[in-house]
Design a protein around this ligand. Structure first.
Ligand code: BV8
Length: 251
């Protein structure tokens, strides 16, 4: 596999339709723990099905709510790293040429200059109701009116507030998934940054882009479950590789 950054830089400069698929590793250098890195990975300390699933939340609402509350504090304290800023800077300098599709639930891409990031797994900073409201109070049933608690709940019907993320076993937002698939189908170049390729259907986007004719390059210090879908493996981190890859050609 060609790890050649120079050749990849030339592809970036030539491509008019670039898609960047990111995962938790994209935010690692911003201090947000990844899911599967054994040392710091959240999954190494918690059982994902206990925490990131509706059944887990219904069984242990306070435990799951507090896990998200802890993660929300980390996201709010985090800053975009040079990798996020390189993506945001490129998108600002070259409008319409680069689309970010993320599995991450933080807002670092948006804060770094990619406001139209496609979010496959939702937004950890958003609240929403766990069940449809029996009173069908629509938008008037805003979670902001919920009684404080761990988790907050509706004062009238005890409906629980949950984080606005996609849990395991839940469908991805249809609009986000179809937008991501459409971007993969028309991409000339896909960069896959900071994902183990373990979670589906996001993991299938690299193979989809390759089938559609894109050059696929994976940026990751370690091997991933989808390395076989790539033409090129760049062994490095997001914050170290992306700035050089995405800067404009030297005059
Ligand atoms: C669904 C929100 C329909 C919550 C998350 C097909 C085959 C097998 C299984 C399935 C399948 N289709 C569906 C499934 C089931 C399941 C799934 O994929 N299970 C896996 C675990 C086997 N998928 C689903 O349930 C999805 N729903 O398909 O609906 C359906 C319904 C019912 C039954 C079947 C289908 C919903 C998935 C969404 C789950 N929600 N997040 C929350 O965050 O709390 S997923 C969660 O994992 C995060 O979003 C995270 O992004 C994501 C993926 O992990 P990664 O981002 O890759 O992070 P990870 O730690 O794994 O890897 C980090 C990588 O970064 C590593 O490679 C590391 O080397 C690298 N790295 C580290 N530092 C750096 C770095 N890289 C660069 N720079 C660095 N500095």
């Amino acid at each position: 596999m060609d790890g050649g950054l120079g050749a990849l830089r030339e592809r970036v400069q030539a491509a008019q339709r670039i898609v960047v698929l990111t995962g938790a590793g994209m935010s690692a250098e911003s201090g947000i723990p990844t899911f599967r890195d054994t040392l710091t990975g959240l999954w190494s300390r918690f059982d994902p099905m206990q925490l990131a699933s509706e059944a887990g939340f219904r069984a242990h609402p306070q435990r799951v709510w507090n896990w998200y509350a802890e993660r929300r504090l980390g996201v709010r304290a985090a800053q975009p790293n040079p990798g996020h800023l390189a993506l945001g800077g490129f998108a600002q300098r070259h409008p319409g040429r680069l689309t970010v599709v993320t599995q991450n639930v933080d807002d670092l891409h948006q804060r770094a200059g990619n406001p139209d990031t496609i979010r496959l797994h939702g937004d950890i900073l958003e609240d929403r109701w766990l069940d449809p409201c029996p009173r069908r109070c629509g938008s008037a049933c805003d979670t902001k009116g919920a009684a404080p608690g761990e988790p907050p709940r509706c004062r009238d019907c005890s409906n629980l507030v949950r984080p606005g993320v996609v849990w395991f076993g839940e469908d991805l937002p249809l609009g986000a998934l179809s937008a991501a698939e459409a971007a993969a189908d028309r991409a000339e170049l896909m960069l896959v940054v900071g994902t183990s390729g373990a979670v589906w259907p996001a993991a299938g986007l690299a193979a989809r882009a390759r089938r559609a004719g894109a050059w696929v390059a994976i940026v990751n210090p370690d091997e991933t479950e989808i390395d076989g879908d790539a033409h090129q493996l760049v062994r490095g981190t997001a914050a170290r590789v992306l700035p050089g890859l995405l800067s404009d050609a030297t005059a």
